[in-house]
Design a protein around this ligand. Sequence first.
Ligand SMILES: [Zn+2]
Length: 275
Amino acid sequence: MKTEHSTQPWFTFYASAALFACVLSMLLVATDRAPKTNHPDMAVPILMYHHVGDWGAANADWAPYVVKPQEFQRQLDWLLAHQFHTITFQELLAYQSSNVRPPAHSVILSFDDGWAEDVDIAKKFLTPRGMRGVFFVYTGAVAEQDNGSGYVSWNQVRQLEAAGHEVQSHTVSHAPLNTLAPSRLEFEMINSRDTMQAHVGHSVEVLAYPFGRHDERVIQATRDAGYKLGIAADDEIVSVEPRSEWGKFQVRRFKVAYGDGIDVFAARMAEHAQK
Ligand SMILES: [Zn+2]
């Protein structure tokens, strides 16, 4: 049935606009899948760990953030057996700035919060396998020397860096950034970076949002502070369009949880490989 709308100019205008929007969105999707991508999470799987230990079963709240040592070893050995090799965020940024896709089977192993056990994780598990980790540390918890606080000291941060691992920012106080006033937000970003840069021999250009919490305002502040990547979790709040330049500020990670057997781990890696 012919309607009177089809003959009116405004209808033609809206139909054209809709077609244009449709083509534009298809082009954006196509750009998203192009081999040279600005979306590092699409190119390189990033795994998120917090603790390696046997106590996950005894504490349900922490279970998502603890991995059994024997499972952790299996995961690392699975990665090696499948030709994966670890890279750092600095290396990822270098590939990105030269617009080169990182080599196939690159993976980033990230560890949050700067627990003192990070030093053992690196020594016992990573270094013997020739693997490197990236440790997101919040600077307010870090003392100059080891003091039994449960967090790494700057002395230990330097040891990690000297062994080829990398430390990046997880803010100053680990507060959820989306709840903070603008001046505090800026402080969390700039002070953590400046403090960290005074202790490590490289630029700190990557920020992991505490609790994965971010929104448009947090992303804008992260960009304004000069960071090049903003790292989320896999259960983060996403309130912005994931395509576009903003994708660099909501990079996703795979959380490896207690009770994830090697089959679950392998399935998630395979899922990523198919993207
Ligand atoms: Zn954290």
